[in-house]
Design a protein around this ligand. Sequence first.
Ligand SMILES: Nc1nc2c(c(=O)[nH]1)N[C@H]1C(S)=C(S)[C@@H](COP(=O)(O)O)O[C@H]1N2
Ligand SMILES: [Mo]
Length: 496
Amino acid sequence: MRNLLRDAAAGVLAAGLGIAVAELFAAATRPDAAPLIAVGGAIIDATPTAVKEFAVRELGSYDKPVLLASVGLVLALFAAVLGILGRRRRFLVAAGAVVLGAAGATAALTRPTASAFSPVPALLAATIAGATLWWLLRAADPLAGRVGGGADKTGNRRAFLRGAVLVAGAAVLTEAGAQLVTRTVRRVSTKLALPAPASPAKPASALAITPSADFYRVDTALTVPRIDPDTWELRVHGMVGTELRLSLDDLLRRPLIERDITLNCVSNEVGGPYIGTARWLGVPLAPLLHEAGLRPEADQIVARSVEGMTIGTPVATALDGRDTMLAVAMNGEPLRPEHGFPVRMLTPGLYGYAGACKWVTELELTTFAEFDAYWVKRGWARPGTVRTASRIDKPRPFARPAAGKVTVAGVAWAQRRGIAKVEVSVDGGAWRAAELLPVPSIDTWVQWRWTWNATAGPHSLAVRATDGTGQVQTEARATPFPSGATGRHTITVTVE
Ligand SMILES: Nc1nc2c(c(=O)[nH]1)N[C@H]1C(S)=C(S)[C@@H](COP(=O)(O)O)O[C@H]1N2
Ligand SMILES: [Mo]
């Protein structure tokens, strides 16, 4: 039993050192080629939509750490078994290392941003882990106890312990080095001199702006891309007369628009948190497309990002007069790295997966018949038009307000159509119109409030919105997949 634990520990330590070395190497060269990140990314891309839905719903922003920890755990188990089996059959150590190296290298090569270099960190990890395990098992071997000096059992235990401490120490130091390199060498400046907008946002209304620090984040990126704004370039190509290549300076020299726009995720459940409103500054897309001489056959803009995401947006939504833009700032500061620094797309009226590519570097003009973007390949609807919806934020579900006047409040949204009416119903009774606070445009959410004369006891509160075209938000429940959740947000409270 003690030997089994020792051999398992040898496997885990060896794998840990291999991974740490690969991480240091990747941090100094290409962070997305680190084996755990590459395998995690490959898993995200291969995960069935239903599972991804579940992960986003149940784990929220913990989905990525949980995924990486799971990959690490599977690797540790594999390495432990390899340590146990490899003690008697040393060739299994080499075989296991080859399998792990091949798996990591394949995952890295199948990433959309792969280069010939991508397999290197995984192969390095496998080689080092294999050699280390071999060495540790040999140190523990009573017949070959040369490392510790004595051939007796105690001597070998001591030799093994010494080796194990050495490997663990090296792994910890290397991993610390990798973290240090990530935090220092790879840090790029997100400072930008933001020009004043040629077309400023309407003066501040009562609109609730979401602070950038609280703005929801949804993406498939396991490491937030760090882009050097000085070398960033946008290519506009495909079905155009002249291909454009623009630096960040080129973009910032163009007339900028500043707009308050609500962005939300198709994966948001009824009443869910994946929605926010920010003041965006950016370059309107339409003039750029005309300058490139877009051809009339082109009906889709495929935005590509540095980490290989593709987001397909109808050309029509860039040309129909709405404020579709390449955003460079959010709430008065350059985009934060997690929200797409230095440049992201923004299309009012479309869910994020259909119009809001972060870390964008390429706009390809093509057709919907020609190409399916990332989420469309996975069954999500085109074109990704935002559904009319409303949410109760106050009181909180299961709150216990005092009887008397209780303020019921929340937000409602139907970007591009606007909100005409919001109504509240208590215990399934008559719908009562809520007060709507003023908004600058039809592209933002609307705050609403209603004063309730609450009587003691348990009550349910439901909300429904009517959009600017007169359509009442549907009561029918639908899951976020494939085209956005529907149904009424209903909460229960107990008035005391
Ligand atoms: N490059 C890239 N852009 C992306 C995504 C992504 O995974 N990668 N996710 C999209 C989705 S699904 C949404 S809802 C929005 C979220 O933007 P935010 O994280 O800034 O709120 O970004 C969109 N843009
Ligand atoms: Mo999304």
